[in-house]
Ligand binder design. Structure first.
Ligand code: FDA
Length: 581
């Protein structure tokens, strides 16, 4: 049997697998990733791309490429609730940071913006950049069981074109093989929750719907009409893929009765019903089935096997967290694998992947499931429910426009429930506030004083375990972010105008131990100036203090003052973070 040697084998070229390949290749690690498909994902799935993901793309230098393919945040400006696209409009939410009161914070707390980038664009972007940086990809290749060897992992793969088996030998295996992960199953990772709670269909089609959409630009038109409450997320969704002629319908089905036959006339019927255009002649370009899951792994790794993405968190698309979190998992793990493979860190550093990302997996599955449940009160305010028949549904929605005290109360209740959907549509904290507790973070005793809702609002802090806050700086000619000073597989020490001793200590350590560590002073007359005073507001340490940031942009350690021997202090901190004995 032919054998291929690499450092890391990644099963999957979806958002998780291709981010892992891109990151490892960028860090100079030999990586082979395989996919059973001929090319990237053939189905339209993820699209909402949050700021944390865009910050990661920025670190890899491909943010602008992504934005060029994406629909901008301003085009995601409404979530429209209606009885059909051409029918009665029930109300709108300004989602994804588009409400003026929220836009300020979305703009203030990141270098970049949310955007709508369909998975069919994101994956080729990640894969092609991974290849440009030296990753080895094998499409049409099926993963068979792996075998642990004395020096790593041997994956049995099968070339689907020739049927020929071959062996891929690596030091580590990353299972990024999605919601039916064989890698997670074979590794025997423990899990909670359940798969396949309800069923849903995807119908992709082309039709010019601009006359019904451009005045209320949106990526999601939520259709509440008789029949649309069965299965799925409890409503029919018309999702804009490309403005305003490429669309995806997400429509549930009765799980107990089994999936419908996705014939063109069935799909056309649903398209006409949700658009409210009985004579529309859409071009159907694809159909697929998926299930709503409520499932997460409680351990993400075993030995030399690590799982990322949907392999370890499987949940509905509410909040748009799946692909985002999958990419963020890989970003968390890749630098650790790279530093261990290069001998800079001890293998124990890899334990922090599980400690940091397993709680995130549980948290996002729970959030996505609650966001489905929170549609219940909206339906209730409209007078809808499981026992309400089709005629009563239509009548109840019509009565919402009555000039009566009862209808007035229902209108108010409906509006309140729409506003409560901020936990799905403007959950900036869910997207940006992930906090890590692990051996790769050294906590301090400074209490977190924020009383803001951590799901709704991003709470910037330099507290160890949090993402480094963004602040605009200037390097005499260019505006750049604190986030631009970190990443690219390096640790970064940030200090103020009085922190020269810290910078000297960091430079000496970096040279002596060949550590990937850079140090910068931010302040008046320094290379980086805080001209707006934003960093001063956010840094939470004095000018003489310092903040050590990991390659994934998370704070590893901070010091409010200066140690008498900064070289010794920093050496001890780095030794602990890198799990060096
Ligand atoms: P993914 O399933 O994408 O990839 C798995 C990879 O593994 C594929 O390359 C496959 O070929 C490979 N593979 C599997 N088994 C294999 C085997 N045995 N051998 C070889 N290769 C194998 N998320 C989000 O962030 N924002 C959003 O707006 C949405 N919206 C959305 C809408 C709808 C309708 C759905 C169904 C889903 C979303 N999502 C989403 C979720 C998102 O699509 C999902 O979380 C990601 O695709 C997960 O990425 P992964 O890379 O983990 O798995």
């Amino acid at each position: 049997m032919n054998t291929l040697e690499t450092d890391v084998t990644v099963v999957g070229s979806g958002p998780a697998g291709s981010t892992m390949a891109l990151a490892l290749a960028s860090y100079g690690i030999k990586v082979t990733f395989i996919s059973r498909y001929r090319w990237t994902s053939p189905t339209l799935r993820a699209h909402i791309t949050n700021q944390r993901t865009m910050e990661i793309l920025r670190d890899f230098g491909i943010e602008q490429e992504a934005l060029a393919d994406a629909s901008p945040q301003s085009q995601m400006a409404n979530t429209v609730f209606c009885t059909s696209l051409a029918g009665q409009e029930l109300g709108r939410v300004q989602p994804w940071g588009n409400h003026p009161a929220r836009l300020a914070e979305y703009t203030m707390f990141s270098t970049t913006s949310m955007c709508d980038l369909p998975q069919t664009y994101m994956e080729p972007l990640l894969v092609s950049n991974a290849l440009k940086r030296g990753a080895d990809v094998r499409f049409n290749t099926f993963f068979q069981p792996f075998v642990e060897t004395s020096d790593g992992i041997s994956v049995q793969a099968e070339d689907r074109l020739t049927g020929a088996p071959f062996d891929i030998r690596a030091k580590y295996l990353v299972g990024a093989d999605g919601g039916n992960s064989l890698v997670a199953e074979q590794a025997g990772l423990s899990f909670e929750g359940a798969m396949g709670i309800v069923g849903s269909t995807n119908i992709e089609f082309e039709a010019d719907l601009s006359a019904l959409t451009v005045h209320r630009p949106s990526v999601l038109y939520c259709v509440i009409q008789p029949g649309s409450d069965v299965g799925g997320v409890g409503m029919g969704f018309l999702r804009m893929v490309r403005p305003w002629n490429k669309w995806l319908i997400v429509y549930g089905y009765d799980f107990d009765a089994g999936p419908p036959e996705m014939m063109d006339d069935y799909a056309t019927g649903i398209i006409r019903s949700l658009t409210g255009l009985p004579d529309l002649a859409p071009k159907i370009t694809g159909t697929s089935l998926w299930t709503v899951n409520n499932y997460w792994e409680t351990e993400l790794s075993k030995g030399c096997v690590f799982c990322v993405g949907d392999a370890v968190h499987r949940h509905p698309p509410t909040n748009g967290l799946g692909s985002n979190t999958s990419m963020q998992d890989s970003y968390n793990l890749a630098w650790k694998l790279a530093l261990v493979l290069k001998g800079t860190a001890a293998p124990a550093l890899l334990d922090s992947y599980n400690a940091e990302r397993a709680p995130v997996a549980a948290q996002i599955v729970s959030r996505a499931i609650r966001s489905i449940q929170e549609y219940g009160p909206i339906f209730g305010a409209l007078g809808l429910g499981p026992d309400v028949d089709k005629d009563a549904t239509t009548e109840s929605i019509a009565q919402l426009s009555d000039a009566s005290a009862k209808a007035h109360e229902r209108r108010e209740a409906f509006r309140n429930e729409l506003d409560a959907k901020s936990y799905e549509y403007n959950a900036h904290g869910v997207e940006m506030n992930q906090r890590y507790v692990s051996g790769a973070v050294i906590p301090d005793r400074i209490p977190n004083s924020s009383t803001r809702d951590a799901e709704l609002f991003h709470i910037p802090t330099t507290s160890p375990g949090a993402k480094l806050p963004h602040a605009w700086l200037e390097d005499k000619t260019n505006l750049l972010s604190t986030l631009d000073l970190v990443g690219q597989e390096e640790f970064t020490l940030l200090t103020g105008i009085e922190g020269e001793a810290c910078v000297d200590a960091a430079d000496t350590l970096a040279k002596r131990h060949k550590l990937p560590l850079s140090a910068y002073m931010i302040g008046r007359g320094q290379q980086y100036q805080d001209l707006y005073g934003d960093w001063q507001q956010l840094r939470e340490v004095r000018e003489v203090g310092c903040i050590l940031v990991r390659p994934d942009g998370y704070v590893a350690w901070r010091s409010t003052g200066i140690a008498s021997r900064p070289d010794e202090a920093l050496s001890a901190v780095l030794g602990e973070v890198l799990s060096q004995p």
